[in-house]
Design a protein around this ligand. Structure first.
Ligand SMILES: *Cc1c(COP(=O)(O)O)cnc(C)c1O
Length: 376
């Protein structure tokens, strides 16, 4: 038995990040406390303008979470019972929950074995008379193949809602994610690339009708304080979260640059390791929410890393079509072979802007040590 050293390298280090921006954050929170404008205070509009500009989108609407952004996008497009929405099974369950929440049916299509995103070649055969929307996920911060997805959607008169929850600042053909579909939905869950200190989300779009409808839906259908134009929801972005996000937005570009540098460094250092490394399409600049490798010995490697205090993870071990929650869709193992293969073999390595080269070297050394000792 070899000697186990406790390194304690987490998947993400929110404390380290807070320490680098503490005075700005504390001041922003204090400003909201002093104003007591906790709901729809001025920081909400300021952040919407800032994040909209960051995404080069004409409109940005802050909401209470990434899940609610997805749900409200579908509601704004009048998607409802008996409608079908095509999406991936290899994603966080919120993607499909938003579809279910409006009464529609998620239709899972298999993923591309290289990008792990929706395989455009399989879309056409999944389209039926009930299909209304295609919902690609830019998983791990790798942009989906939007030109091909949009072309298919256009041919069939479908809308496109991007699940960009992991892809703040990811780019495709030089354009940043957020306006490639009809609407894009972002999560600011604390561990995301742009994270609030609680739940938060936003929708970006160049479509004024969608923006207007989502603005109404998130705030009880209000046209004014006591006048409700439509039946809506309570899904607003909190002022305190908006103020925090506004501070963090100013740091997002250099945080993304740090992630890209670390990702390139992993790819270089792991060149001789028996791992399948992330594929990056020629026209893509991922945001590297996660750096995901694959191996047939995934579970043993995960245990090996955890014993050494390295916080690796699995995103996601059970695909949505095989979740108990979606048993009613009648899927069985074998239905989505690429999704299932990736779910069985994927492993997320620690990556976050504050990670040091020394920490990354420790992770890399542990990976080589695992394969050298022939653990099977
Ligand atoms: C985080 C996430 C969501 C949900 O966002 P919340 O803000 O947690 O509601 C949706 N889709 C994907 C792919 C995510 O990673």
């Amino acid at each position: 038995m070899d000697k186990i050293i406790a390194h304690s390298i987490p998947m993400v280090d929110l404390k380290a990040q807070y320490r680098t921006i503490q005075s700005e954050i504390d001041e922003a929170i204090q400003g909201v406390l002093d104003s007591t404008e906790f709901i729809m205070g001025s920081a909400v509009g300021e952040f919407e303008a800032g994040f909209g500009a960051f995404c080069t989108a004409d409109y940005c609407v802050g909401v209470s979470s990434g899940t609610s952004a997805l749900m409200l996008a579908l509601l704004a497009m009048d998607v409802g019972p008996d409608d079908e929405v095509i999406t991936s099974s290899h994603t966080f369950i919120a993607t499909a929950e938003a579809i279910s929440a409006v009464g529609a049916i998620p239709v899972f299509v298999d993923i591309d074995p290289h990008t792990y995103n929706l395989d455009p070649a399989l879309l056409e055969q999944a389209i039926t008379l009930a299909t209304r929307v295609i919902m690609p996920v830019h998983l791990y911060g790798q942009p989906a193949d939007m030109p091909r997805i949009n072309a298919i959607a256009r041919d069939h008169g479908l809308s496109v809602v991007e699940d960009a929850a992991q892809a703040h600042g990811a780019a495709l053909n030089g354009a940043v994610v957020g306006t490639m579909g009809d609407a894009a939905c972002f999560s600011f869950y604390p561990g995301k690339n742009l994270g609030a200190y609680g739940d938060a989300g936003a929708l970006t779009t160049n479509d004024s009708e969608i923006a207007k409808k989502v603005s109404l839906l998130r705030n009880h259908g209000r046209r004014s304080k006591y006048l409700h134009e439509i039946v809506g929801y309570g899904e607003r972005l909190d002022t305190i979260q908006a103020a925090i996000l506004q501070v963090k937005l100013n740091h997002l570009s250099h945080w993304t640059a740090a992630r890209r540098r670390l990702a390139a460094r992993y790819t270089e250092l792991l060149d001789n390791c028996e791992l399948v490394l992330p594929f990056v399409a020629e026209d893509a600049e991922p945001a590297w929410h996660l750096y995901v490798v694959r191996t047939e010995q995934r579970d043993a490697l995960l245990d090996f890393l955890r014993l050494r205090g390295i916080g690796a993870g699995v995103h996601y071990p059970v695909p949505l079509h095989l979740q108990p929650a979606y048993a009613d869709l009648g899927h069985a193992r074998g239905d989505l072979p690429v999704t299932e293969m990736v779910a069985d073999t994927c492993l997320s390595l620690p990556i976050y802007p504050e990670m040091t080269d020394a920490q990354q070297d420790t992770v890399v050394a542990a990976l080589y040590a695992f394969f050298d000792q022939g653990v099977a």
